[in-house]
Ligand binder design. Structure first.
Ligand code: SF4
Ligand code: SF4
Length: 152
């Protein structure tokens, strides 16, 4: 989380597109789940989550190791914005704060903005900490063997 000043419970007072850049960034709870590779069924549109993580995800911290310049390494990593949330919400993790607010739901009490610590996400068992395998190690044709349920 950045040290920028955030408005008191800004997520309850502002719409997503009224938030400042630091507020928008602070919504991310650091679960790491959006950095897992997904398999999408072309016919049904169904999305399955795998334990195979993006090459830049740190399995211990659940953070991107090169977040600021990640597009040099992973050009197609999505930059989530209020304007593209409609397009992406369907595949975002169920507990993702962006998705929850987009659905008009409250943040869970383990969210760092409420608990005051990023550790609460791991303690609640909703992050991918120590659960992933790197996409470097598993060939894409084998990803189907690594489909998992989202930890919620
Ligand atoms: S799923 Fe949402 S809350 Fe979790 S790391 Fe990704 S953007 Fe952040
Ligand atoms: S580049 Fe970073 S933010 Fe994007 S999916 Fe990979 S680990 Fe996640």
């Amino acid at each position: 989380m950045s040290g920028a000043k955030l408005g008191h419970k800004f997520w309850e007072r502002k719409t997503l597109d009224q938030m400042t850049a630091p507020e928008w960034e602070a919504l991310c709870d650091g679960c790491g789940k959006c950095c897992l590779n997904k398999l999408e069924d072309e016919d049904t549109g169904e999305v399955a989550l795998t334990r195979i993580a993006c090459r830049l995800l740190d399995d211990a911290t659940c953070r991107c190791v090169h977040y600021e310049n990640r597009h040099q390494f992973v050009p197609d990593c999505i930059v989530l914005k209020p304007s593209n949330l409609d397009t992406h919400a369907y595949w975002m993790p169920q507990t993702c704060a962006y998705r929850l607010l987009w659905e008009g739901k409250p943040l869970p009490d383990w969210h760092p903005l409420l608990s005051g610590t990023s550790q609460s996400v791991h303690d609640a068992g909703v992050s991918v900490q120590n659960r992933t395998l790197s996409e470097f190690d598993i060939p894409e044709e084998d990803w189907e063997e690594h489909i998992i349920e989202e930890p919620t």
